[in-house]
Write a protein that binds this ligand. Structure first.
Ligand code: ME8
Length: 477
C-alpha cells in the first residue's frame, strides 16, 4: 500500500497580483510534495484563493469591474504564475465555488452549531480589512494598523460568535503532546504562549453587505442575512476541496492533512482557531503545520514606496523557473526571515548555477560524449539519509546543500583526477573514470528532482543518451 500525503498552501487573497512571498510559500510546498512523490507516496497538493473579502470588492470597483469578473482575471494570473514556477498542484480551490466549497463550509458551520459552540451577540470593535480580523486599540500605532498602515473600521453589529475560549486547554494539549505538530519549535512556543493567556471567543459571521453581489460570501445556514466570517470559510477550504460535505472520496483518502504550509503571519488562525473548529466539529486535526518566515529585500519589507519589490513574473522572465526555485530553496532560510535582492539573486545564479551546476554538467558530458560509446542509467539507490531527513524536517535549504556539496565534490574530483589527461595516457582507466563521473552526475540529477524538475530531467536524459545538453544556465552580466 502506498502512503498518502496531503499538503496545502494558504489560499491567497485575490485582490492583487501574487508577490515573491506567495511564490515562496508555493515553491517550498511544491518541493516538499515532489520529494514525497519521489519517495513513492500518493500525493495530493492543494492551493487556491480566498475570495469572499471586502478588499477584493474594493479592488474590483477601483478598476471599474464587477467583483466576480475581476476575480476570474486575478485567478487566471495566479495560475499563470504557478505554471511559470512549475508548481505541480492537483487542485485550485476557490471559495466562491458554490458547488465545491459552500456545502462543506456550511456543513462545518452546522457541526459547530450542533456542538453548541455558536451563539449570537451584539458586538462593537475595530476591524482591520488587511488582516480580515478584529484588532484592539493597543495593537494600533498612531491610530493605524502597524502591518497595513490603514485606519481600522469601527464596527457595531450583531453577529454569531464561535466559542473558541472553550477549546483553550484542548488545543494546548494537542500542541504540547505533538499530536498537532508545529514546525519550527520557535513557532510552537509562540503559539503556546499566546494560548496560555486564554483564547477569546471570535466573531464568526458578518451581516451581508448590500454592495456584495450574489455569489460572494458563504451564507450562514439558517440566516441569510449573515455571511460566514471570511477566515471561518477560508480555513474550511482544506476539507471542502477534498469533497467534505459533497463527494467524500478524496476526503476519506487524504484527510487528515499531512502538512499545512503557512507563513508566520497566519499562525494563530491555523494553530488556534482551525484546530478548535475541527475539535468542535469532531473532525481529525491535521498532522503538521509548517510555518515559514518572511522574505525581505535589503532588510526591509518589500514595498512600492521603497522601490525594492521583486516581481516573481519578471524574475521568471529573466532567469526562468529553475533558477527562481533554486534561489528560494537554498538561499532563503525556511524558518527565519530571509533576504533577497536582485544582486544577491544574480550572484547566486552565476556562482551556483552557471559556474557550478551548469559548468559541471557541461564538463562531464563533453568528456563522456567524446570518449564513451554509450551512456547508462545507474542502479537506482536509496536517496541519501541526510537529504531525505532534511526534507522531512522542512529544512529545504539543508537538503539543497547536500546536493551542492556533491556538485562541489564532483568538481574537485575532476580537478584531482584530471580525466582529460588520463584518457591520453591510459585510455581504459580514463574511460572508467569518465563513466563514474557520469553516474555520479546522474545521482545529482536525481536529487535535484524536487528543487529543479526540468534540470533534473535534462541531466538524467543527457547521461542516458550520452550527449552534452544545451547550456543549462547561461552566465548573466
Ligand atoms: O493570509 N514572505 O492570504 P494572503 C513570505 N487568505 N511569505 C509571504 C510574504 C512574505 N513577505 N507575504 C505573504 C491570507 N506571504 C489568507 C490565507 S488560508 C486558509 C487563508 C505568504 O494573500 C505566506 O504564506 O495575505 C503568508 O502566510 C501568505 O502569503 C498570506 O497570504
Amino acid at each position: 500500500m502506498k502512503e498518502t500525503f496531503y499538503l496545502t498552501t494558504p489560499i491567497f487573497y485575490p485582490n492583487a497580483k501574487l508577490h515573491m512571498g506567495h511564490a515562496y510559500t508555493t515553491t517550498l510546498s511544491d518541493i516538499i510534495v515532489r520529494h514525497r512523490r519521489l519517495m513513492g507516496d500518493e500525493t495530493y497538493f492543494l492551493t487556491g484563493s480566498d475570495e469572499n473579502t471586502q478588499k477584493m470588492v474594493d479592488s474590483a470597483r477601483k478598476e471599474g469591474k464587477e467583483p466576480l469578473e475581476f476575480l476570474d482575471g486575478i485567478v487566471s494570473n495566479f495560475r499563470t504564475l504557478y505554471k511559470g514556477l512549475d508548481i505541480s498542484y492537483d487542485q485550485f480551490i476557490r471559495t466562491t465555488d458554490q458547488k465545491r466549497h459552500w456545502p462543506g463550509a456550511q456543513l462545518i458551520w452546522k457541526k459547530l452549531v450542533e456542538a453548541g459552540d455558536i451563539y449570537k451577540k451584539a458586538y462593537e470593535g475595530l476591524y482591520c480589512v488587511g488582516h480580515e480580523a478584529f484588532i484592539t486599540e493597543k495593537d494600533l500605532v498612531d491610530g493605524k494598523c502597524p502591518d497595513h498602515g490603514t485606519v481600522p473600521e469601527f464596527i457595531k453589529e450583531e453577529n454569531y460568535f464561535f466559542k473558541l475560549s472553550r477549546y483553550t486547554d484542548a488545543v494546548r494539549e494537542k500542541i504540547e503532546s505533538g499530536e498537532l505538530k508545529i514546525v519550527p519549535d520557535t513557532r510552537k512556543h509562540e503559539i503556546l504562549s499566546f494560548i496560555s493567556q486564554g483564547l477569546e471567543d471570535v466573531s464568526f459571521s458578518r451581516p451581508r453587505k448590500v454592495d456584495w453581489p450574489q455569489g460572494l460570501g458563504v451564507p450562514v445556514p439558517g440566516d441569510d442575512s449573515q455571511v460566514m466570517y471570511v477566515w471561518c470559510d477560508a480555513l474550511a477550504n482544506y476539507i471542502t476541496a477534498l469533497g467534505f460535505g459533497t463527494d467524500e472520496t478524496l476526503y476519506k483518502k487524504f484527510w487528515p492533512a499531512n502538512v499545512h504550509v503557512i507563513g508566520k503571519d497566519i499562525l494563530r488562525f491555523h494553530t488556534a482557531i482551525w484546530p478548535a473548529m475541527l475539535l468542535s466539529a469532531n473532525i481529525p486535526l491535521p498532522k503538521t503545520i509548517f510555518v515559514h518566515g518572511f522574505i525581505t529585500s535589503g532588510g526591509k519589507k518589500m514595498s512600492k514606496s521603497l522601490g525594492n519589490v521583486i516581481d516573481p513574473e519578471e524574475l521568471l522572465q529573466e532567469y526562468g523557473a529553475e533558477a527562481v526555485r533554486y534561489y528560494l530553496a537554498r538561499h532563503i532560510s525556511p524558518f527565519e526571515d530571509g533576504d533577497m535582492t536582485r544582486e544577491s539573486f544574480k550572484e547566486a545564479y552565476n556562482a551556483d548555477l552557471a559556474n557550478g551546476l551548469g559548468n559541471l554538467t557541461a564538463r562531464i558530458m563533453r568528456l563522456a560524449e567524446t570518449h564513451l560509446g554509450a551512456g547508462a542509467r545507474p542502479e537506482v539507490a536509496d536517496l541519501p539519509g541526510e537529504y531525505t531527513s532534511a526534507l522531512e524536517r522542512f529544512e529545504i535549504n539543508k537538503a539543497a546543500d547536500v546536493v551542492w556539496d556533491r556538485i562541489q565534490a564532483l568538481d574537485q574530483k575532476i580537478t584531482e583526477t584530471a580525466p582529460f589527461k588520463l584518457i591520453k595516457t591510459d585510455a581504459e582507466a580514463g574511460k572508467k573514470l569518465i563513466f563514474e563521473l557520469t553516474q555520479e552526475l546522474y545521482v545529482v540529477g536525481r536529487l535535484l528532482n524536487p528543487f529543479m524538475p526540468e534540470t533534473s530531467k535534462k541531466i538524467k536524459e543527457a547521461v542516458i543518451a550520452n550527449k552534452k545538453p544545451e547550456t543549462l544556465f547561461p552566465r548573466k552580466d
